[in-house]
Design a protein around this ligand. Structure first.
Ligand SMILES: [Ca+2]
Length: 186
């Protein structure tokens, strides 16, 4: 009887500790089930007048002048050691497109970024998708070619979409993740 009571008390103590730590971490981090998409922009970072405004799953990126920027990133994402071509990278775009804007930037192991922009929209349907046949990508180390031929590997950071040409573009249906289609939340 005594042993049983002790076990019950120990169990209750563990539950209490678990509740406390859960309560603390819940404030510091969102659910591990999803990696929320968040805006970033020059206007809120004290660097120009670019703005990102979210409405549901659509993000309106507005850059009044050259040098302005705005974009979307994935909170709490840590890519690392994955072939870039294996990532689930896609978005729908409408508005000002050109000069590599908007684009997905993916951090590379060893430095630099891989870029996925409208050149990847081979069938010109307004959807950029890394898995699309004929998708052309580039990187900051001089690569320009088919995504299927790309051998770059991700570094330990997060992928983001950025617009940095004057004008307004709406990006939506954004996938910046590492998980297979259907499971991707980021
Ligand atoms: Ca397309």
């Amino acid at each position: 009887m005594f042993k049983r009571l002790t076990a019950l008390l120990a169990g209750a103590a563990l539950v209490a500790i678990a509740s406390v730590s859960l309560g603390t971490s819940a404030q510091a981090a969102p659910s591990p089930k999803s990696n929320p998409l968040l805006c970033f922009d020059g206007a809120s970072e004290g660097s120009g007048n670019g703005t990102c405004v979210r409405q549901g799953s659509s993000f309106t990126l507005t850059n009044p002048e050259p040098g302005d920027y705005s974009g979307v990133y994935v909170e709490n994402q840590s890519l690392g050691g994955l072939p870039v071509r294996s990532l689930v990278l896609s978005y729908t775009y409408a508005g000002t497109v050109g000069g590599g804007s908007p684009r997905i930037s993916v951090p590379l192991a060893g430095g630099g970024y891989a870029y996925v922009d409208a050149a990847c929209d081979a069938n010109l349907d307004g959807v950029v998708n890394l898995a699309e046949p004929g998708c052309i990508i580039s990187d900051s180390n001089g690569f320009y070619g088919l995504a299927a031929d790309y051998t770059g590997v991700t570094g330990t950071s997060y992928a983001f979409i950025v617009a940095d040409q004057p004008g307004t573009v709406v990006v939506s249906e954004i996938k910046l993740g590492r998980t297979p289609p259907g499971k991707n939340k980021g």
